[in-house]
Design a binder for this molecule. Structure first.
Ligand code: THU
Length: 140
């Protein structure tokens, strides 16, 4: 099977590879995130913790930063992977960060080591959200 034959498998593989590179020496909870832009490009990243605990950041934030640094401004689909029994759903702050580049219908996959466990629309994770469309149009 070619690499692109199963787009979700490819997104999952990218998230898993990013999880392996996460820097999580304090929580020991490695997370990976991979997002697909509308042009098919995948951006990924892991959580990056810090000895000054509050300064660490989440995997979703790393993936979004990679996308933005490359000029991307749209998330078509995102996959987040974490270990353990519980679903590694994005934290509240990351739901809002995803929202900046996505909308109610955007698909969020939550994976464990063996594959995708659950799939949500962003609206289910962040209902009645505030987003870029809330700002009144500026007069030019
Ligand atoms: N974490 C993420 O990277 N993404 C999530 O969706 C949930 C939590 C990270 C933050 C911290 O480094 C570790 O997981 C434990 O909270």
């Amino acid at each position: 099977m070619s690499k692109n034959a199963d787009p979700l498998a490819e997104l999952f593989a990218a998230a898993k590879a990013a999880q392996a590179k996460a820097h999580a020496p304090y929580s020991k909870y490695r997370v990976g995130a991979a997002l697909r832009a509308p042009d098919g490009t995948i951006y990924a990243g892991g959580n990056v913790e810090n000895a000054s605990y509050p300064e660490g950041w989440c995997a979703e934030t790393s993936a979004i930063a990679a996308m933005a640094a490359a000029g991307g401004r749209r998330i078509a689909e995102i996959c987040v992977i974490g270990d353990g029994e519980a679903l590694c759903t994005p934290c509240g702050g990351c739901r809002q960060r995803i929202r900046e580049f996505a909308d109610d219908a955007t698909i969020v996959h939550i994976a464990g080591p063996d594959g995708v466990r659950a799939t949500f629309r962003l609206a289910a994770l962040l209902p009645e959200s505030f987003g870029p469309g809330h700002f009144p149009r500026q007069a030019k």
